[in-house]
Design a protein around this ligand. Structure first.
Ligand SMILES: [Zn+2]
Length: 66
């Protein structure tokens, strides 16, 4: 089983058994993102255009400020 992106639901190609500390684009307490959503959620302007889920975006921003 592959992990799916929490934002768009696309398969990320990352196996569910992969330890979270070895994953790319995994956000602790939130989940796995695909590359596209990672870019969109971390760029506020792009996120606005793409209407990325506000709640997820806020949680990612909070995470990054730690
Ligand atoms: Zn995605």
């Amino acid at each position: 089983m592959k992990e799916r992106c929490i934002v768009c639901g696309t398969e990320t190609g990352i196996d569910k058994n992969t330890p979270v500390n070895e994953r790319e684009l995994y956000i602790s307490g939130i989940g796995q993102l695909c590359y596209k959503c990672h870019v969109e959620t971390t760029d506020p302007e792009m996120a606005k255009r793409q209407r990325v889920n506000e709640e997820i975006r806020e949680r990612i921003c909070q995470y990054q400020q730690r």
